[in-house]
Design a protein around this ligand. Structure first.
Ligand code: GUN
Length: 295
């Protein structure tokens, strides 16, 4: 058996088309233009390409976009002042500070400074708390994208054994929490494995759905999964450079091996990546609607 490929490119395109209709309607009926600012500190090549893609996608959808690129030695104080400025800027509905931040900046302090109503990343503790309680909030973009991919691909999650690999605040912890909730793409029995898990293979071999978010290229092999498993590969690992200077990417799952055993699998690139950016746009539109009192 060879797996059905879940194309993040295609699903993201469909969601973006839906969003374009909403953005046009907001402008025509309510004179509301959603606004997003992306803030990057330093020049980490992966971060530069993510932030550029985020602003480009925003503009393509008719979302007002500002991109602030700051030098790596920017002080925490200066960054906090900039966030305060955007918290009070009515043109801006969403504030995204690209992570990771340079070591001299306290990440938590920065994330806590963002107005929770403009926290389109869903990283502020108010939004994290609401997410855990199953209340309306901004969902973090990558987990949100995974839920959409599962739902739109018709993958049943209710009562299934889901194994999440990796306990990051951005992916592992939130996706594990969301999938155990009573919600679409939820109602699963969830196990979260991490670096101190005693026997990760025991868990992956019994998993109906594996969500890999560890940042180790090709870590999950065919002999560690069961027939018919559903694979969501969040890893974006740079494993080399092509002759034309483009990064060569690999996921956390050995795609070539595992696709022969899986029923569904996401590729890298073209899987979860495009979904993350699209869900950021969805959150920005939601923030604009909320600010205008439309929801
Ligand atoms: N770094 C890696 N993923 C993300 C994300 O989803 N949002 C932000 N702000 N930074 C990231």
């Amino acid at each position: 058996m060879s797996a059905k490929i879940i194309s993040g490119v295609e699903i993201a395109k469909a969601i973006r088309e839906e969003l374009t209709v909403v953005v046009t309607e907001l402008k025509d009926k309510h004179n509301v233009v959603p606004g997003l600012v992306t803030i990057l500190v330093g020049e980490n090549p992966a971060s530069v390409s993510y932030v550029t893609a985020k602003s480009k996608t925003a503009k393509a959808l008719g979302i007002y976009s500002e991109q602030v690129d700051l030098p790596a030695d920017t002080s925490e104080e200066k960054l906090l002042a900039l966030i305060d400025q955007y918290n009070n800027d009515e043109k801006i509905n969403g504030i995204l500070v690209q992570l990771p931040l340079p070591k001299h900046i306290n990440e938590a302090k920065v994330l806590y400074a963002i107005d929770p109503n403009k926290d389109v990343d869903g990283f502020h503790p108010v939004n994290v708390g609401k997410m855990v309680l199953g209340e309306q909030c901004f969902l973090p973009c990558t987990p949100h994208g995974i839920l959409e991919m599962l739902e739109r691909s018709g993958v049943e999650t209710s009562g299934k054994e889901v194994v999440v690999l990796g306990r990051s605040n951005i992916v592992g912890k939130p996706i594990a929490n969301l999938m155990l909730q009573k919600r679409p793409s939820g109602n699963a029995t969830v196990t979260l494995c991490h670096t101190r898990t005693k026997d990760t293979d025991f868990h992956t071999r019994r998993a109906d759905i594996i969500i890999a978010a560890v940042g180790v290229p090709n870590l999950v092999k065919a002999n560690q999964v069961k027939d018919g498993v559903v694979i969501i590969d969040v890893g974006v690992n740079r494993i080399g450079m092509s002759e034309s200077g483009k990064a060569i990417l690999a996921g956390d799952v050995d795609f070539n091996e595992v696709k022969e055993k899986a029923s569904f699998i996401t590729p890298v690139p073209g899987g979860v990546g495009p979904m993350t950016i699209t869900m950021l746009m969805k959150n920005t539109v939601q923030a604009a609607k909320q600010a205008a009192g439309l929801i």
